[in-house]
Design a protein around this ligand. Sequence first.
Ligand code: GRF
Length: 209
Amino acid sequence: MVLISGSGSNLQAIIDAVREGRIDADIRAVVSNRQAFGLARAAQAGVPAELLQAARGEARGDYDRRLLELTERYRPDLLVLAGFMRILSAGFVEHYAGRMLNIHPSLLPAYKGLDTHARALADGCTRHGATVHFVTAELDSGPALIQGIVNVAPLDTVETLSARVQRAEHIIYPQALEWFAAGRARCTADRLLFDGEPLSEPKRMLIDA
Ligand code: GRF
């Protein structure tokens, strides 16, 4: 099950990978908290598309209870956050402990939070990228499974750099899901196991995109 808020280009990469048989799973539903193009991508792929907007002034806990009710209707094995722009409450995260992945546009632990590309450029980083990690209560801090690394070019702008990072995202997210679906990547008690062995550092791919 995939949660989105926006264009859904990562969702599309996942849909394509499922369709091509690279991920041994089906997408039970797509949920968006906003009217977003990703919902059309889901419908186009024949996947149930659910819009769940927060009411004006609705408390986070109340929204998350409604979200949980919706997600549980589909009995998901995994929740895939793909550009879902809401912070989830601790109870929701706890419910899906070890069963929720997120993609973040930086090489975590660097640049948690927003505006990651601008901050990496301002710091003169020569490498940047994206991280797929299991979700824990602390924002952008759960165990990292895979990172896609891109080189930063001297003339990069936020736009050119974010486009390059997104191309990396479209490679590493399907890869992470392939591993999870095959039972190769597991997270219990905030500990990541890969093929049954503790994974102390994320897998890394240099993506020359
Ligand atoms: C991605 O860049 C992801 O890293 C961030 O939100 C963006 C979502 O893009 N969390 P899309 O909706 O998948 O195109």
